[in-house]
Design a protein around this ligand. Structure first.
Ligand code: DGL
Length: 266
């Protein structure tokens, strides 16, 4: 048993798609969410900078005495492969997403969408090929998706057109599974599904990492918070604006946050 909260971080508010999934899946667990909104986006930055920011976020959450850290951000996940830091379990979303895609794919022809940094790192391709060398992976960076998601433009004709433009190449490779390798992309799920059609399975990070945590809770690698009647959710960001808060509430629904605050990582 462990009543401490689970720390979750992302470059911004996109990771709330992951937090929402975890909060619904584990209603007795409490969560501390950190969105590095002051330094967003990570996806256009160098590997060195992404690693530095991620390490600062990890140290910040570690000081708040969390029992585990989930790196919700795919871009950050590509730069922090370590499974633990001084005994603190650290989960990134690459392994869970890759494994889930292989589970649902029949043809083992898998597409991956992500930020430029995520796609350039080849983290998903390497992980999928490690798990199943017979698989083939086709990837595509979609840098315009993050601002569209932050505008709340799912199902908008402009978004549908941009999704079509990014996906037209990938769809020529007869994939049957598509990893939404960025926390923002589930917010464009309607537009993406409209272009892929129902024969392509979409895999998102939130669902995939929730399965991994459940496995670790079951194996007692993570202690459950067995005595909590009230799930506590605290959202911390490194910068704030009315738009961010409005989007955050929309993304989290029906999950309710107990507290929103701006923090200084130092
Ligand atoms: N949260 C990032 C991810 O999952 C995308 C946004 C960014 O570029 O910072 O890759």
């Amino acid at each position: 048993m462990d009543s401490r909260p689970i720390g979750v971080f992302d470059s911004g508010i996109g990771g709330l798609t992951v937090l929402k999934e975890l909060a619904l899946q584990f209603p007795h667990e409490s969560f501390l969410y950190l969105g590095d909104t002051a330094r967003l986006p990570y996806g256009s930055k160098s590997a060195h900078t992404i690693r530095k920011y991620s390490e600062q976020n990890i140290q910040f959450l570690k000081r708040l005495d969390v029992k585990a850290i989930v790196i919700a951000c795919n871009t950050a996940s590509t730069q922090v492969p370590e499974p633990e830091l001084e005994g603190l379990p650290i989960y990134n979303v690459i392994g869970p997403g890759a494994q889930r895609a292989l589970e649902v794919s029949h043809s083992k022809r898998i597409g991956v969408l992500g930020t430029r940094a995520t796609i350039n790192s080849k983290a998903y391709s390497h992980k999928i090929m490690d798990l199943d060398p017979s698989a083939s992976v086709i990837d595509q960076a979609c840098p315009l998706f993050v601002p569209l998601a932050e505008e709340g433009w799912d199902s908008d004709p402009v978004t549908n057109l941009i999704v079509f433009r990014y996906l037209s190449q990938i769809l020529q490779h007869s994939i049957d599974t598509l990893i939404l390798g960025c926390t923002h992309y589930p917010l464009l799920k309607n537009s993406i599904a409209r272009v892929t059609g129902s024969s392509i399975e979409l895999v998102d990070s939130g669902e995939a990492i929730a399965r991994w945590l459940e496995r670790d809770f079951s194996k007692n690698r993570l202690g459950r918070n067995a005595n909590s009647s009230h799930q506590k959710i605290e959202i911390m960001t490194t910068d704030s604006s009315a738009h961010f808060t409005e989007m955050a509430l929309k993304i989290l629904k029906p999950v309710k946050a107990d507290e929103f605050k701006v923090v200084d990582l130092n």
